[in-house]
Design a binder for this molecule. Structure first.
Ligand code: MN
Length: 250
């Protein structure tokens, strides 16, 4: 089994090394990750400048681009054969509910899924990688399960792992994305030249986090696995919009 590993925290992040190590027990691993922390990069591709590919001493390949750049270049120019699976992470912090839209971790996996490769994004709930070993064990268990019982069609899974020792994790369950409150206000500061500068505020608290959601599962001590799709069409709203477009003032 050929496994491509990437992330959005950059090629030096402890979560990437932990995930790559966990995957080595299961197949032939290639790591292609961003040079810099690209959290929040979403699905952006770098189109305004060329990209450089470098080798780290530990064998990881890093690119001065986004997570999507890394997987895109790996699939279209670096790898001799398409991987059987793409895994991304383990992210330094959760990617649940509306975070999923902004996440570079999810985007790296999604880039693979767009090329028809099954892909899994892994995130550890709290920042700081306290229980990254347990999270890596969960990642290995999930991929092992996939190898033993493959899902027939390509899939994109968003996995969020509580920051707990392995023994305290209660299980692994399927969830839907919850929703968040709007993010906290922007932080305004003054730079040394007296100009105003702004920091994007923190993500909002969970707004829809009831049973069945990723928020609820992880708060209850379970690993949350949400299958994602890319089609953004709001099929339920299509008839109303079509009707609105067809209507003429009389
Ligand atoms: Mn990140």
């Amino acid at each position: 089994m050929r496994i491509l590993v990437s992330n959005d925290d950059g090629y030096l992040a402890p979560g990437l090394a932990a995930l790559a190590d966990a995957m080595r027990a299961l197949g032939e691993v290639t790591v292609v990750a961003p040079e810099q922390n690209s959290s929040g990069a979403s699905n952006s591709l770098t189109l305004s400048r060329p990209l450089t590919i470098s080798q780290a001493q530990n064998g990881f390949t890093f690119i001065n681009g986004t997570p999507s750049d890394c997987v895109h270049i790996a699939l279209t120019g670096l790898l001799e054969q398409m991987p059987d699976l793409i895994v991304s992470g383990i992210n330094n912090g959760q990617n649940m509910g509306d975070d999923t839209i902004y996440s570079g971790t999810v985007a790296a996996a999604m880039e693979g899924y767009l090329f028809g490769v099954p892909a899994i994004a892994f995130s550890l709930l709290d920042r700081g990688f306290e229980h990254v070993d347990a999270a890596a064990e969960i990642a290995r268990e999930l991929v092992e399960r996939y190898i033993e019982r493959p899902i027939s069609s390509p899939f994109l899974l968003n996995v969020n792992i509580p920051n707990l020792p392995r023994a305290q994790i209660k299980g692994i369950i399927g969830t839907r994305l919850g929703k968040r409150h709007p993010s906290e206000p922007v932080i305004r500061m003054i730079n040394p030249r007296g100009d105003p500068i702004y920091w994007i505020g923190a993500a909002g608290a969970a707004r829809e986090g009831g049973p069945g959601t990723d928020f609820h599962a992880t708060a209850s001590g379970y690993v949350s696995v949400t299958p994602l799709q890319i089609d953004l069409t709001h099929n339920g709203q299509l008839p109303a919009v079509s009707e609105w477009l067809a209507a003429r003032a009389t």
